[in-house]
Design a protein around this ligand. Structure first.
Ligand code: SF4
Length: 399
């Protein structure tokens, strides 16, 4: 069986756009050249990751520009689209990213993955979904390029080429991913994408849990999305066998994660592994253990999105968790407020029915941009801590 090929090319993290253009071409040439991926006049959809605000958390705009220019100079029609973070209006995210300028300079066209058009597609042998509604641009394109960033993530450990495809999904369907088996859902989605190229931008890498960016200086690419993610994951210091969506993708036949089945060309992987150690995802249940019962989490079949937010919010006050006293956090549609305590947080829209019993915090993956309706969980936790601090100061004054 032929091995999957992954190209690794070194690039200075702050290289100018013209250098990045040369490096992108070198990367694609190591995979066999553009003619292996497309024909002149083909339609190519580029899907960069601009899901977070802040340039360092997105695919480097110069990489997006360089890939777009490479395909358009070859004679392809290039579309660029993304559905940014649900908290951000698409126009604002595109403008901050300079999407329109870079597309114009590369002779590409910006399209909306959020507003459509969208179409439903059957998932062959779907593990979680039998069908998914996603951007028609992705369905009709001759090639979809996942332009991911080297980035860790709280629920899925990493968000690379495979997970980046989630931006193709119609916003109202994204809730279904987070309400069910996110890892299997990512694999089902990737089964629909017929012809693709994965390019991972690691000029800078993002350690989401630690909230830091590292200058790395690498571009990675492969036609095998599993191999690309597996190689990148190893460089990040994780074992891809332990990352569910990558393992499920291999089991579904989307590619290989085993290094012995991967032909790495360009840079030697040995020169890049062991340099970085990304933080493991924040598990809310592990975090509260050290409070010896002062914080209890009562879960009633919560969705991954709420668990993710819970983990991130608790992680933000990780050093103060032991200052909380008698706090219960309810999460998930089947959780019931049957215990009494000084501070009861009802987290998530599905618990709104109990809102008079404690501090209600709205939260549920929205389908489109919505301003916050209540304080966020982070704000509520910080207010509880502030109140305790004020009480402590007043008690000290009185004594
Ligand atoms: S609010 Fe409830 S239904 Fe909505 S994502 Fe959270 S746990 Fe799921």
């Amino acid at each position: 069986m032929a091995k999957s090929r992954v190209a690794l090319v070194k690039v200075h993290p702050q290289a100018v756009a013209s250098t990045i253009l040369n490096k992108v071409r070198e990367t694609i040439n190591l995979l066999g050249g553009l003619e292996d991926f497309c024909r002149k006049n083909n339609t190519i959809l580029l899907k960069p990751n601009i899901s977070d605000t802040g340039a360092l958390y997105c695919t480097n705009p110069s990489v997006t520009w360089a890939v777009a220019k490479t395909f358009s100079q070859y004679g392809c029609k290039v579309l660029i689209g993304e559905d940014p973070s649900i908290h951000v209006k698409e126009e604002i995210a595109y403008t901050e990213y300079s999407m329109y300028e870079l597309a114009e300079q590369a002779k590409a066209k910006v399209v909306s993955l959020r507003h459509g058009p969208h179409s439903k597609v059957k998932v062959p042998g779907g593990g979680f979904f039998s069908e998914i509604e996603l951007s028609s641009f992705a369905i009709e394109a001759d090639l979809v390029v996942s332009l991911a960033v080297m980035k860790s993530a709280n629920i899925t450990t990493v968000t690379l080429g495979l997970k980046n495809m989630k931006g193709l999904v119609k916003p109202s369907w994204k809730r279904k991913f987070h309400s069910g088996n996110l890892n299997q859902g990512i694999v089902d989605l990737n089964k629909i994408i017929k012809k693709r190229l994965t390019i991972i931008d690691a000029t800078f890498a993002k350690d989401t849990s630690a909230r830091v960016c590292y200058p790395v200086g690498l571009l990675m690419a492969s036609r095998d999305p599993v191999a690309a993610d597996a190689v990148c994951t190893r460089i990040m210091g994780f074992d891809p066998h332990k990352i569910e969506h990558i393992r499920f993708a291999q089991e579904a036949g989307l590619g290989t994660l085993d290094l012995e089945n991967i032909d790495i060309v360009g840079e030697r992987i040995e020169n890049w592994t062991g340099k970085f150690c990304f933080s493991s995802p924040k598990n809310p249940f592990e975090l509260v253990k050290k409070t010896r019962g002062e914080i209890k989490i009562i879960q009633g079949n919560p969705c991954s999105a709420c668990l993710n937010e819970l983990g991130e919010s608790l992680a933000l006050c990780e050093n103060q968790l032991e200052d909380f006293k008698d706090l219960i956090i309810l999460v998930g549609p089947e959780a019931k407020p049957h215990l009494s305590c000084r501070n009861l947080i009802l987290f998530g829209n599905c618990l709104k029915k109990y809102k008079d019993k404690g501090i209600y915090v709205a939260g549920c993956p929205p389908t489109e941009y919505e301003p916050a309706k209540t304080d966020s969980l982070r704000e509520v936790l910080s207010k509880i801590l502030d109140k305790r601090e004020r009480n402590r100061i007043n008690l000290a004054k009185d004594s």
